[in-house]
Design a protein around this ligand. Structure first.
Ligand code: GLN
Length: 491
């Protein structure tokens, strides 16, 4: 029955409807696959009883003809989403064994539509990272390896567990979050599809906050169509999140296969970096040619403030993080270290509970928000953010429908290979993705090819606010042209 795990969500939906197999069989196949792939460390918590129970309920509903749009589809959930009665840690020691008494809006919508919870997925601690190496549960291994090599590679981050699990067939799709690239970069590293929706499209309620003005939830799946299917259930207005926008959720799947004839696709000149690997350059122009062949018009565009995006992001994101993480004080959640008095208790708890990268962000964030430095750093970064947003607005005002860029500056790298001595080396991974968060726009990463070592590479499409549909249509063109890649199984 293990071949059930290689189906797409769209195929499984059909198989369930035609009674070729049951939701219970589909779930059991995935639970077995998870058991056989623990070496990847993609799951930090497996919930087989809950999964079987949900699958049984889905089968009952399907039998009565009442199955929702995701009835019986087994999913993995990033451990940043609060799941009622199920441990949620953000992969930080400081949350300890936190068991939320509530469910995040996004996951509750998935269960409403009939999806099945397989377990919680690994991520960088508090979603801070680009390699999933900052998790308190240890790193995740990418199912992809360089040709002829056994070196363990990172799956990207922060949604590394989500990307690895989807690529290794350990779930049919996964939730993820993206503050600066955490959906799109791991998707590119694992030949999966990941979309960061427009800011405000998915509710942030019940998702552990990193940088609230940048955080957005989205799906990682194996095809553009599957990502569209998941997005429809995840998106929607939520009065519990004041930044969630009250715009009707379209049928994203209807955008798959829609003609892209006459669409204007911008190629931003500032994304052509000095010293960019030739294979990334090649992938990018290949992708542009595929879109052109499908009838899109390519135009060169300029996003002049691009080079300030990364430094500005690494001021804004830590600033918000330092404020959001102030709540982990040993009083209300998780870990509490013993001490003589309350101040010492705060200090001990935070010193022991946060990992190095999180601590670095809290220090940077506190510094840039402090009196005397606020104007020089934080305010300045906010101004840069406005200019970045305006760059995109100017571009879209000229009739551009979407912008095509590489998703990452390289393919997946080895565990322990980057950022050890210099954290900026790791931050550079986000060079093509952070602008999108700074501007609040939707962005999708789709697998587009491989590098010379056989590792997957992705392309990114950036869209107008609330026009995810165009991204799905264009993404599908790339997927069709590039073909689908699956990691050879070695585990
Ligand atoms: N890699 C980026 C960071 O470390 C983005 C992370 C994310 O999108 N959550 O901040």
């Amino acid at each position: 029955m293990t071949d059930l795990t290689s189906l797409t969500i769209a195929e499984a939906r059909e198989g369930l409807a035609s009674k070729s197999f049951t939701a219970r069989e589909l779930t059991d196949a995935h639970l077995a696959a998870i058991e056989g792939a623990r070496v990847l460390n993609a799951y930090v918590l497996e919930t087989p009883e809950r999964a079987r129970e949900m699958a049984r309920a889905a089968d009952e509903k399907i039998a009565k003809g009442e199955g929702g749009p995701l009835a019986g589809i087994p999913l993995g959930i990033k451990d940043l989403f609060a799941t009622r009665d199920i441990r949620t840690t953000a992969c930080s020691k400081i949350l300890g064994n936190f068991i939320p008494p509530y469910e995040s809006t996004v996951t509750s919508q998935l269960w409403r539509d009939g999806a099945v919870l397989l377990g919680k997925l690994n991520n960088d601690e508090f979603a801070m990272g680009s390699s999933n190496e900052t998790s308190c549960f240890g790193p995740v291994t990418n199912p992809w390896r360089r040709e002829g090599s056994n070196t363990a590679l990172v799956p990207g981050g922060s949604s590394g567990g989500s990307a690895s699990a989807v690529a290794a067939l350990l779930c049919m799709g996964a939730t993820a979050t993206d503050t600066g690239g955490s959906i799109r970069q791991p998707a590119a590293f694992t030949a999966t599809v990941g979309i960061k929706p427009t800011y405000g499209r998915c509710s942030r309620w019940g998702i552990v906050a990193f940088a609230s003005s940048l955080d957005q939830a989205g799906p990682i799946a194996r095809t553009t169509r599957d990502a569209a299917i998941l997005m429809r259930s995840m998106a929607g207005h939520d009065p519990k999140d004041t930044t969630s926008v009250d715009v009707a959720v379209p049928d994203y799947e209807a955008a798959i296969g829609k003609s892209v004839k006459g669409m204007k696709v911008g190629i931003p000149r500032e994304y052509r970096l000095d010293g960019m690997p030739a294979e990334i350059e090649k992938l990018w122009s290949e992708g542009a040619q595929w879109l052109k062949a499908a009838g899109a018009e390519l135009v060169e565009v300029s996003l002049p403030h691009t080079k300030y995006a990364l430094p500005a992001y690494y001021i804004v994101a830590p600033a918000e993080a330092s404020s959001n993480l102030a709540r982990y004080d040993g009083v209300r959640y998780g870990l509490r270290e013993p001490a003589k008095n309350i101040i010492e208790m705060y200090e001990n708890t935070r010193a022991d509970g946060f990992g190095d990268e999180v601590r670095r962000r809290v220090l940077i964030g506190t510094y840039v928000l402090s009196a005397g430095y606020y104007d020089a750093y934080y305010l300045r970064a906010q101004k840069v953010r406005t200019l970045i947003k305006k760059d995109f607005e100017d571009c879209f005002a000229k009739g551009v429908h979407a912008i095509l860029t590489p998703a990452t500056p390289s393919a997946a790298f080895g565990i322990g290979e980057k950022g050890g001595a210099d954290p900026v080396e790791m931050y550079l991974n986000d060079i093509f993705t952070v602008t999108v968060n700074m501007a609040g726009l939707p962005g999708i990463a789709v697998p587009a090819g491989k590098d010379t070592q056989g590792l997957p590479l992705g392309l990114q499409l950036i869209g107008r606010p609330f026009d995810e549909e165009t991204l799905f249509s264009l993404g599908e063109v790339i997927e069709q042209a590039a073909g689908r890649f699956a990691a050879p199984r070695w585990w």
